[in-house]
Design a protein around this ligand. Structure first.
Ligand SMILES: Cc1cc2nc3c(=O)[nH]c(=O)nc-3n(C[C@H](O)[C@H](O)[C@H](O)COP(=O)(O)OP(=O)(O)OC[C@H]3O[C@@H](n4cnc5c(N)ncnc54)[C@H](O)[C@@H]3O)c2cc1C
Length: 423
């Protein structure tokens, strides 16, 4: 699988250099740059496309990197129709500029030429600890290191990257892209400690005694939500994110032929496509609302349709029927009418969203009535502890997690500079 990805990538590089110049010439160079305004992290497509168009590739790469340390990752997984491409003025004439592809071309070019436009900074300021190495923790770490702070990211898992490494399938996001961008962050000077679970292996209090002056909780949402219906404890009922995690690390999973995936987001789509790629022939998706309301990216939904994976909408799970303790059928009922769904299934995969683990083991901070860390502009009620990313907010996209990480870093900088003491 990995080898195929590499081959595909090499082919694309040859096509892309011609494509990139032609595509950048379609840009209308809008004065108000709606594409740039629509990017949560200010990646500034208007500026990098202009540089690309005038063959200033290094300048284009610099523009991306100045604002987005995970530019290569975002080029592959960002829901661009919601952000930059969705805002592109060219849409009114024919079709939007393929901004993600241009960004991908430039970040690949940077790697191939070893440009590395961001330089190592002297880390002479206070020690800051970041808990979690997902996109929000990585963005915060980069920003703080660029400001001169001595940053260490603590990660409880063996590998870095959060859901970039453990969730999003290899076909959509090659691991080498994630690893390259994390290596880049290491070169800037950020330190990483893996297999360290903050709250269990080591506490914030003990790190404070080691001289850390500020802490950022960026621990994401790690637990899969489940629905308790009759039969949900049968053998063959699978948790979506654990399924993807297993396939990503081992390349296999023992699935049946008839699969029902429950959910309508990126995770559900990834589960359905992954099941199909693993060889299950009869894969179906069941979603409780309409297709327009599915949170997944439009192009992913189209991919599912192209793979002949039917999507049953307006249906919620009712019961899973078993034979000899193993899943044999899935039953659903209509959300808006009296319809019923009764289909054969050997596995039912639940992909209905994530929730947080118990964060109070990390720090005894105030939680809101939903049990989520209560923050005011990234500050918790403990003045040296901050929080950002999926754990507090966000529309659950990589680019939004990056935005929150960057802004949290700015807030920590203000606090350590004495410009902001408490909430
Ligand atoms: C299968 C899947 C597909 C997705 N597809 C897309 C997509 O196509 N496009 C998109 O934009 N978004 C996608 N997302 C969403 C996106 O990945 C998340 O919004 C983003 O990763 C959130 O970043 P984060 O930094 O807040 O948290 P996470 O990525 O969850 O990272 C948090 C990190 O903190 C670590 N951690 C937790 N507790 C501790 C502790 N006590 N001590 C130390 N470390 C700890 C975790 O191990 C983890 O590595 C997808 C998510 C999933 C699961």
């Amino acid at each position: 699988m990995y080898k195929n990805n590499k081959m595909k990538k090499n082919n694309e590089e040859v096509i892309n250099s011609v494509f990139a110049i032609e595509e950048s010439s379609r840009c209308l160079l809008c004065y108000d740059a709606p594409c740039s305004q629509a990017c949560p992290i200010g990646t500034n497509p208007a500026k990098f496309i202009r540089s690309l168009r005038f063959r200033n590739l290094k300048g284009a790469v610099e523009t991306i990197r100045e604002n987005n340390i995970l530019g290569g990752v975002c080029a592959r997984v960002c829901p661009t129709k919601k952000y930059c491409e969705g805002a592109c003025s060219r849409t009114g004439i024919d079709k939007p500029i393929e901004i993600a592809k241009l960004q991908r071309y430039l970040t690949d070019y940077e790697k191939v030429l070893g440009l590395e436009v961001l330089k190592k900074v002297e880390l002479i300021k206070e020690k800051v600890a970041i808990i979690g190495s997902g996109p929000s923790g990585l963005a915060a770490a980069t920003k703080l290191a660029q400001l001169g702070y001595n940053v260490t990211v603590f990660e409880k898992r063996e590998n870095l990257g959060g859901w970039l490494t453990y969730g999003i399938p290899e076909e959509r996001l090659p691991q080498e892209v994630v690893d390259n961008e994390i290596d880049y962050i290491k070169k800037i000077g950020v330190k990483f400690k893996t297999n360290v679970n903050i709250g269990k292996d080591i506490t914030i209090d003990s790190l404070k005694k080691e001289g850390y002056k500020a802490f950022l909780i960026a621990c994401g949402m790690q637990k899969s939500k489940d629905i308790k219906i009759k039969g949900s404890d049968l053998n063959g009922v699978i948790n979506g994110i654990y399924f993807l995690e297993e396939v990503k690390s081992t390349g296999k999973y023992n699935l049946g032929n008839k699969i029902t995936v429950i959910g309508g987001g990126d995770v559900a789509i990834d589960c359905a496509i992954t099941a199909k790629n693993l060889g299950s022939e009869d894969v179906k998706i069941v979603y409780r609302r309409t297709i327009e309301k599915m949170p997944a990216e439009r192009k992913s939904i189209q991919e599912v349709i192209d793979l002949n994976i039917p999507i049953f909408t307006g249906i919620k799970p009712y019961e899973i029927i078993g034979e000899n303790g193993k899943v044999s059928r899935f039953k659903g009922v209509g959300m808006f009418d009296n319809s019923n769904l009764d289909i054969p299934a050997e596995n039912v995969i639940f992909a209905i969203g994530q929730e947080q683990d118990d964060v109070t083991s990390i720090a005894n901070v105030n939680l809101n009535d939903k049990g989520i860390i209560e923050v005011k502009e990234y500050s918790t009620d403990i003045k040296w502890i901050f929080a950002c990313g999926d754990i507090v907010d966000g529309d659950k996209t990589v680019v939004y997690a990056l935005k929150l990480g960057k802004e949290a870093a700015e807030k920590i900088d203000k606090y350590l500079n004495g410009k902001e003491g408490t909430r």
